[in-house]
Design a protein. Structure first.
Length: 119
């Protein structure tokens, strides 16, 4: 049974930082593509960043590139999202997701963690 549990959300001021964590059990993150998505009220869920298992290749949405960094600790089986220079538009519920095959849909999701950025 794969279980993804996010933590680290909260309230931050514009220009501040937060670090999200995704604790993955039942799946070895070094063998999977791990991603962060977010969803704001009234909007569709959107891709934020991912890190591939092989080679640790990363990719980011244009809106967060240069401000957010995705990383992983294989020993702890945890994926992180370091968020710097936060903006009010970053306010959303952030979800961790996982998949094994590059061309497939994400098959496991966490419950989400709320990030609120005040101006």
């Amino acid at each position: 049974q794969v279980r993804l549990v996010e933590s680290g959300g909260g309230l931050a001021q514009a220009g501040g930082s937060l670090r999200l964590s995704c604790d993955a059990s039942g799946r070895t993150i070094s063998l999977a593509t791990m991603a962060w998505f977010r969803q704001s009220p009234g909007k569709e869920r959107e891709f934020v960043a991912h890190i591939r298992g092989t080679g640790a290749f990363t990719d980011y949405a244009a809106s967060v590139k240069g401000r957010f960094t995705i990383s992983r600790d294989n020993a702890k089986n945890i994926v992180y999202l370091q968020m710097n220079n936060l903006k009010p538009k970053d306010t959303a519920v952030y979800y961790c997701a996982s998949k094994l095959l590059l061309g497939s849909d994400y098959d496991y999701w966490g419950q989400g963690t709320q990030v609120t950025v005040s101006s």
